[in-house]
Design a protein around this ligand. Structure first.
Ligand code: TYD
Ligand code: MG
Length: 455
């Protein structure tokens, strides 16, 4: 009997499947994202399932742990985000806007891995071999362990992988891959999904680590790699302003390590350079003795990162004051300004406020609250808080300052970078006790912290 084709609808944002078309996706509530796709009767999906020959239950303690099996990429920041290196047989999705540096990062990783004796295959569906060569020439010398292939047909690719048996494969990008057994054009939801399923099966059965590049587009015209997140072992997102030189690699899912670990890179003439001390990097160019700027400390994964919170508060020339934020949560800023107005009687109601985290970091941690509140008041009063002061702490609705996690680590990082005063929640200050490198000022309310900004 001929295989029957079925029509289903997929949301191009989240991959939600539905039997009929809808204007709004019931899962992610995005509008006009449902696209029609023809799917097979599941034969392809069945084949794509990871196969162990005969499944047999095993005792937990008998499973060998291969921490030493991890292969270091030689790029410290990438290893950190991966949780210590590449795990054999794992699938890693590297997502990010086009042009952010995904291909560059992976080619650099390939270079290091090849130099360590790994057998690599870089499969590109986007660039010609010449283009890759041109890029590679900027990055340095490559050893012969790396081989390149321009191919988009997954049938061919799977044949080559079975024959060549490389250790690590890079697929650049999943949106260009094409699986004959599935209908739809490359980049469509069903193609992306099925292609990944085939790669997953190859990865697990042959023990090959596969890096998949996926573009994220805001328009949702190309199937976003979001729908792949649950299929792969690790999801890394490459963030940053394309026009600025820093790049942040963020782990959002990791079956082999901690998430929310970040790696910081700088895009240079000859590729991506690791930034080992992001605090110094983010604080470079900080204005001296200016009002409206306060240094804060945020914990990203296991690392403390110092950053500069800037605020500009000025009289509004509109009926409704403008509040804008770059890098911090706008709702949080509105809340903090309401606390300042109500609890401290600072009249911000007629003021525009712009808050910026210098360096382009995006931070959602409430530990930044105190620094934001102090920066806003400092700008409002036009009084600098001082260059050697650092503040962190969560601010509650009644203006109380609550303790935050890992205060010791934050204080140590501040001391290391030469800060002299650290304003922190009393609860944390009491636990840390006396320190010789830095003066700790414990505050229990925003009022106490604001009082430190002298007129
Ligand atoms: P690329 O890796 O091609 O991005 P993606 O694969 O995510 O689409 O990134 C390329 C950008 O980086 C491009 O705009 C040029 C820049 N670049 C450098 O500045 N220096 C370099 O050494 C390289 C290779 C690229
Ligand atoms: Mg690319």
């Amino acid at each position: 009997m001929a295989a029957k084709k079925k029509i289903v609808f997929f949301c191009s944002e989240c991959g939600n499947e539905s039997a009929k078309w809808m204007g709004q996706c019931p899962a992610c509530h995005a509008w006009n994202t449902m696209v029609e796709q023809e799917v097979g009767t599941g034969a392809a999906a069945k084949k794509a399932r990871p196969m162990a020959e005969v499944p047999k239950p095993v005792v937990l303690s008998e499973i060998s742990l291969g921490e030493e099996d991890r292969v270091r990429t030689g790029i410290g920041e990438l290893d950190r985000v991966l949780g210590g290196g590449v795990v054999p047989g794992s699938m890693v999705l590297v997502g990010g806007d086009p042009g952010i540096g995904k291909s560059t990062l992976l080619l650099q990783a390939c270079r290091e891995l090849a130099a360590r004796g790994q057998k690599l295959l870089y499969i590109s569906g986007e660039e010609s071999l010449k283009q890759i060569r041109m890029r590679a020439d900027r990055l340095g010398v490559f050893s012969d362990g790396l081989r390149l292939l321009c191919e988009t047909d997954l049938g061919e690719i799977s044949g080559i992988l079975k024959q060549e048996h490389p250790d690590i494969v890079v697929i650049d990008s999943i949106q260009t891959m094409y699986n004959e057994e599935v209908s739809g054009t490359p980049g469509s939801v069903s193609q992306v999904r099925e292609s990944t399923a085939v790669l997953l099966q190859l990865s697990k059965s042959l023990g090959i680590s596969i890096f998949i590049v996926g573009h994220v587009t805001k328009e949702g015209t190309v199937a976003g790699p979001r729908i792949l997140e649950h299929m792969v072992d690790t999801v890394l997102y490459f963030e940053g302003d394309r026009h600025a030189s820093y790049r942040i690699l963020r782990g959002v899912k990791n079956r082999f390590g901690s998430t929310n670990e970040i790696g910081v890179f700088e895009m240079r003439q000859n590729g991506l350079e690791e930034v080992e001390n992001p605090s110094e990097y983010l604080l470079s160019g900080r204005p001296e003795n200016a009002s409206g700027t306060v240094t804060a400390c945020s914990i990203e994964g296991t690392r403390p990162i110092l950053l500069e919170v800037q605020a500009l508060v000025c009289q509004t020339s509109f009926g409704i004051p403008r509040r804008q934020s770059a890098g911090a949560d706008l709702n949080r800023i509105n809340l903090l300004m309401a606390v300042l107005e109500k609890r401290l009687g600072i009249h911000l109601g007629q003021c525009d406020a712009y808050v910026n985290i210098a360096g382009g970091m995006r931070i959602a941690e409430p530990a930044l609250d105190l620094a934001i509140a102090m920066a806003v008041v400092s700008s409002f009063l036009n009084v600098p808080v001082g260059d050697k002061l650092l503040a962190f702490g969560e601010v509650g609705l009644s203006g109380e300052v609550r303790g935050v996690s890992q205060a010791e680590v934050r204080v140590a990082e501040a001391a290391k970078l030469g800060y002299e005063i650290c304003v922190l929640p009393t609860a944390n200050a009491e636990r840390i006790g006396k320190t010789k490198d830095i003066r700790l000022i414990g505050v229990s309310s925003v009022r106490d912290a604001i009082a430190l900004i002298k007129k």
